[in-house]
Design a protein around this ligand. Structure first.
Ligand code: AMP
Length: 147
């Protein structure tokens, strides 16, 4: 516990280590699933944030949710990709951090999620904090405390 208290995990904020919104692949609520799948496949990510038209965070969407929509009994029903929209299948049950939350808050949230969305005080999307970024910071802390 002492180690955690002395570490940067309680000093640094989500804003310090997040990937800022302008570098994050995202989709919008009114996009058809074919666009979302294209973004996911081209970016190589399994899930990305979903924003509304004013760039407020609404949820996330991932490959599994999309593929579940087009799996038929005998074959993939690819035509559905243009008929179903992101807002119909979006996952809204996601953890969210404020920019000023500490990395320790972030650590608790990335245990079950590879990334957590970060918002500003008015809920506009600010970026994402990844599990990778938190683990790298913990590694830095660990070696600094040993030195
Ligand atoms: P990583 O820690 O780099 O493996 O990223 C974990 C997850 O965070 C990825 O699978 C994506 O869902 C998401 N992610 C990371 N970087 C980005 C980005 N630039 N744009 C959108 N999503 C991202």
């Amino acid at each position: 516990m002492d180690l955690i208290e002395e570490s940067q995990m309680t000093q640094l904020t989500a804003a310090d280590l997040m990937i800022s919104a302008d570098k994050v692949a995202h989709v919008q609520l009114n996009n058809p699933l074919e666009h979302a799948l294209l973004v996911l496949v081209k970016s190589g990510y399994s899930a990305v944030p979903v924003l509304d038209t004013s760039y407020k965070l609404v949820g996330t969407i991932g490959k599994t949710i999309i593929l579940n929509q087009i799996i038929g009994l005998e074959h993939f029903e690819g035509e559905k990709l243009s008929e179903i929209y992101v807002h119909e299948v979006i996952n809204k049950d996601i953890p969210v951090l404020k920019k000023e939350d500490t990395l320790l808050n972030g650590l608790n949230k990335v245990i079950d999620h590879p990334f957590v969305c970060v918002v500003d005080t008015e809920d506009y999307f600010a970026g994402i904090l990844t599990r990778r970024a938190i683990l790298k910071q913990m590694k830095r802390d660990y070696y600094q405390q040993k030195a």
